[in-house]
Structure formats: C-alpha cells, structure tokens
Ligand binder design. Structure first.
Ligand SMILES: Cc1ncc(COP(=O)(O)O)c(C=O)c1O
Length: 428
C-alpha cells in the first residue's frame, strides 16, 4: 500500500506539532515508519488520505464499539449542535445520561462528567484522598490511568517504599506518594499496605489491564484487592476507561462481580466525543464541590454535544445487551483463528483475551504483568504490525496496546484478518 500523502502530511505536521502528533503513541515510534493520516471512517473501516481502506482494530482506542460514524450518534450530535455547542450552565441532557449510567453500572449512586479519562482518574484519586484523609496511593506497574502527575511513576530504588518520576516535570514530592505494585500479585500489594500502615487512601487498578497488551486479572486477584481494601480502610478505584460499557453494560464490576468504591470511565461513555466520568456511592460523591470540600470543575464538562453522543451510545448499548455477546463471539472467533495459524507457523506467542479486548504477545510464556509483557519479541511485533498494515489491517502501533473490536466487523473481515495473520507470520 502507498502512503505518500500521509508521509507528506506528517512532514508538514512535524513542523508545527511536536512529533507531528497530539498524542505520542500515534507517532509509530515503537514500530517505525510514518503515521497514517485518516480522512474518514465508517463502520469497521478507516479511509486514509492516500485512498487506502483499512480494517480498524483500534477504533479510536476503544470508543467506536458500534463502528465509526455510527448513525444515531452522528444525528444526535448534529441536532444538538444546531441548538448551541456549550453553555457552561446545566442542561437536562446531563441528568439523562447520568441517570442512565447510574442505572447500568452496579454500586454507584452519582456520577460526575469530565472531558477525558485522564481527568476522570486524576479527579477520582483526589476525591479518594480527600474522603479518606490520607495521601498515598497504590498503582500497578504497566497500568495507565492518563497522564496526570501522580500516575507517571516508575519503580524507584526502594520500590517497596516509594516510586520515582518517569517523566521530567513530575516532582519527587508527587512521586513519593505513589506506591508501585505488581499486577496480579496480591502478596506484593499486601506487603506495600503493611509497610505503609494507615497511609494509603486508595488502590487504583485497571480491572482488566489494557495498557500492557490485554492482561485479564488472574482468578481471585480483584476479589483479593477488594478484601485488602475493606480490611485496611482503603478505597478501591476501578479504572474502567477501557472496560466500561465495553466488557458488559455494567463493566468489570458486573462481569466479574467485584465491587469497587469509585469507578472511572472514558472512551465508550462519550461515543467518540471527549468525555470522561467518575462515579461512586452518594456518601463518597457528596464529598465533591459544591456539596463537599474536594474541588473539581470544568468549563466544557457536560457540554451538550458530548452528552448527546454519550447518551445515544449508552442508550444503544442498553437497549440491546446482545451486542456484548456478539462482540465476545467475534473476538473469540478471531482468537481461535489467529491461534490456529500462529501455531501452524511455529511462532512463539500468547494471545490474551477477555470479551472484545484481545492482544497477541510474541512470547510463549503466560503474560500476566508488566514484566512478562515486556518479554515479547518486539522485532516480530514490528513485522506483524507492518505486515498487517500492508494487507489493509490496522492494529495499534505498539505491542503494549490491546485491540478493541467493533461490532461493525463482519465474519468476512475476521476471516480476511486471520488469512493475513497467517501470511504475515510465515515471514517471521
Ligand atoms: C485505562 C485508562 N485509563 C485512563 C486513560 C486516559 O484516558 P484519556 O486518554 O481519555 O485521557 C486511558 C487512555 O487510554 C486508559 O486506557
């Protein structure tokens, strides 16, 4: 496939945008080459500036669960735009989407809307700290909760006691309050809690990790976290920015039957417009301004275009829960097909999947945490990525990302993809 115009557009973008992109992973740094510039998208397909059609397995990193340019969302946004795009004043629409979200998700009474997953997680942690009146938080290595300072932390020399910044600009003062744990390792979490008795406000976790490839929780991990939090007076935050309204109508809380204290949303909840949200029991949410002392705000939060898109998306999903089954079946079909051809071609690989999140790791050992995810063969991943791209299939340009399937995919698309995986993996 030719990417001449994309390359030209990228060169122009680089002159005026750092790295030519507004979010780093778009830049193809992990796989080499230049990013593809999109002109339009419909259903399961992207159409780029060179006229290529690509089957999309990323779907804007998750939101387009019912396909690109999903007609009901497009219509809702057009109709609302005619009435004004932002007021900075309350609208009935905000209550409608809030009520629907609260009815779909277990264990929450109130929800606050923001503009991104980053804002949702940042605000959830502030609320947890304010409510618990404690400063420290535990996060897991390899889990991503957006780019706010408290989350850009790597293991410090004394990993058991405190982390260190993993980006210049994050202060050591901030880093010392973020403790880093190993995903799927309850003993490690228990040791951190014991070493920081009565100092930990919350544990934030992707209940199904999607930022080190897809890594489901091992049996008992989430239940164990719940117990540790209850026993030690710690709030449990599920970051369901990826999983919320994707793995089930009620997210992982519903799917795996474990309750969190605060839940964060993004992606699907905005139907492709910039929306995030965080939610909890009334007792916790009432701690937020203007009712309570924890401050959080936003000029464009709850703006009518975003709320119209989000409400329409949630209504579509809620009206027909069979979509989650359909997505699961399509993803399981892709899983089985890729498994078969990769095995036949003698490739070292592990496929992780839960519902419509799936990833191929190029290592034959189980991938359960950041360390095991990092062992994947990146050279094979690069060949895989570019090989599939050449066949007209777009997966994330990084081995550390989950794929997000859309229900707009047909079984013909999936068969085409499995044949492409077969062809490409023969070149390893
Ligand atoms: C689990 C998780 N939390 C938070 C975020 C941040 O969301 P946003 O990019 O909308 O700020 C992401 C983004 O990919 C995510 O995957």
């Amino acid at each position: 496939m030719l990417y001449k115009r994309s390359s030209q557009l990228f060169a122009e973008a680089e002159k005026v945008i750092p790295g030519g992109v507004n979010s780093p992973v778009r830049a193809f740094k992990a796989v080499g080459g230049t990013p593809i510039f999109v002109k339009s998208a419909k259903g399961a397909y992207l159409y780029d500036e060179d006229g290529n059609r690509l089957i999309d397995y990323i779907n804007s990193w998750g939101p387009m669960i019912l396909g690109h340019a999903y007609e009901p969302v497009v219509q809702a946004v057009i109709e609302k735009a005619k009435l004004g795009t932002s007021f900075g004043m309350p609208t009935e629409l905000e209550t409608q989407i809030a009520a629907l979200a609260v009815s779909m998700v277990p264990n929450i009474d109130k929800i606050r809307f923001v503009n991104s997953g980053t804002e949702a997680c940042m605000s959830a942690v502030r609320l947890a700290r304010g409510f618990a009146k404690k400063d420290k938080i535990i996060k897991f290595a390899g889990c991503y909760h957006g780019h706010s300072d408290s989350f850009l932390i790597q293991a410090g020399s004394g990993a058991i006691t405190f982390g260190s910044p993993n980006s210049p600009g994050v202060t050591a003062g901030t880093a010392k309050d973020t403790l880093l744990a190993t995903y799927n390792d309850l003993e490690n979490v228990a040791a951190l809690i014991a070493a920081n008795k009565n100092e930990i406000a919350c544990i934030i976790v992707e209940p199904v990790a999607g930022n080190m490839g897809c890594i489901p929780p091992v049996a008992g991990f989430l239940e164990g976290l719940r117990q540790l939090c209850t026993d030690n007076d710690i709030l449990l935050i599920f970051d369901e920015v990826m999983t919320g309204f994707r793995l089930a109508a009620g997210g992982v809380q519903e799917l795996l039957n474990v309750n969190a204290d605060i839940v964060c949303f993004g992606k699907v909840i905005g139907g492709g417009l910039p929306v995030g949200a965080f939610a909890a029991r009334a007792e916790i949410m009432n701690y937020l301004a203007p009712l309570g002392p924890v401050y959080q705000a936003g000029t464009l939060s709850g703006n009518p275009l975003a709320m119209a898109a989000g409400l329409t998306m949630l209504q579509s999903l809620n009206n027909d829960h069979s979509v989650f089954k359909s997505l699961e079946e399509k993803t399981a079909y892709l899983h089985a097909g890729m498994d078969k051809v990769l095995r036949a071609n003698d490739v070292d690989f592990t496929i992780n999947r839960i519902g419509s999140m799936i990833s191929v790791h190029f290592d034959s050992n189980p991938v359960t945490d950041f360390k095991s995810a990092a062992k994947g063969d990146n050279e094979n991943f690069k060949k895989f990525f570019h090989g599939l791209l050449n066949e007209g299939i777009y997966i994330a340009p990084s081995a550390y990302e989950s794929w997000f399937l859309t229900d707009a995919l047909t079984y013909e698309d999936l068969d085409f993809t499995i044949r492409a995986v077969d062809k490409v993996s023969k070149t390893f």
